[in-house]
Design a binder for this molecule. Structure first.
Ligand code: DGL
Length: 270
């Protein structure tokens, strides 16, 4: 009984934390590919190769269902994986769709035609690879019409977070929000389209101002996973143990993770 949660590094811990609170009895195996982070500056082929390798490792750890808690992997690799790589008895899900369903006020699986929604001007903050993929705009177009999206590639933020340099991360958030607001002065909503960014949510909200509604993924993904497992309980795989695996230095990664989640987290080598 284990569900796999994958991220390029530490960002997916924001999703893991929300899932652990929502589904306390489900063992979770987290894999952070810190040795290869950030993914956001890599090519789609490179992201695909790294993501499939990490997902295989999670299958081997007893997970039949793997959540790509990484927008970059969801945007650049998920569709290709679902089209020809994922074995028949396994599932790999991404983090984009729950967030877009929340933005477009839809319930899970509502496949009705695209319609007008409350948010008209949406700011998307994401990694360069996610922005370049245009996956957000594609998924949004299936569900909503008349939404103007301005995307800001937030170079450097993930590296600063992975390095624990929160002063630099804060300065970069402010400068990326400034750049976005020069292109779209009054967004109604902002999407934090990278699982690392909830660690900087207060800084994004402060820079955007109180009238902008900030959508952050962790709870949305946790609710959507709970909903999925209620319909497909057999997808909780055979694994029984929770674990934190990293391709990076377990000691360094454990210290950062403990700092972010404010509870003891111990990673072992993947
Ligand atoms: N946290 C990941 C995301 O949601 C990836 C960040 C990165 O490795 O560049 O996009």
């Amino acid at each position: 009984m284990a569900v796999g949660i994958f991220d390029s590094g530490l960002g997916g811990l924001t999703v893991l934390d929300a899932v652990a609170k929502r589904l306390p009895d489900v063992p979770l195996v987290y894999l952070g590919d810190s040795a290869h982070a950030p993914y956001g500056v890599r090519t789609p082929d490179d992201i695909y190769d790294l993501t499939t390798k990490a997902t295989d490792r999670l299958f081997a750890a007893g997970c039949d269902l793997v959540i790509l808690a990484c927008n970059t992997a969801s945007a650049a690799a998920l569709r290709r994986m679902q089209e020809g790589w994922v074995p028949k008895d396994k599932r790999v899900l991404g983090v984009f769709v729950p967030m877009i369903e929340a933005l477009t006020e839809r319930q899970w699986g509502d496949n009705s035609p695209p319609r007008e929604v409350a948010a008209k001007h949406v700011a998307l903050f994401a990694t360069p690879a996610t922005v370049a993929s245009r996956a957000f705009q594609r998924e949004l177009a299936f569900r909503a019409i008349g939404v103007d999206v301005e995307a800001q590639a937030c170079g450097g933020v993930v590296d600063a977070i992975e390095d624990g340099d929160m002063i630099l991360a804060d300065a970069l958030v402010r400068s990326h929000v400034d750049a976005l607001m020069r292109k779209m002065p009054s967004p109604d909503a902002a999407i934090l389209g990278c699982t690392h960014y909830p660690l900087m949510e207060a800084e994004f909200q402060a820079a955007l101002g109180p009238e902008v509604k900030v959508f952050s993924q962790a709870n949305l993904v946790a609710d959507s996973l709970a909903d999925y497992l209620e319909r497909r309980p057999e997808m909780i795989g055979p694994g029984k143990e929770s674990a934190f695996l990293t391709t990076g230095d377990p000691k360094k990664v454990s210290a950062r993770a403990t700092q972010f989640l404010r509870r003891q987290i111990t990673f072992t080598a993947a």
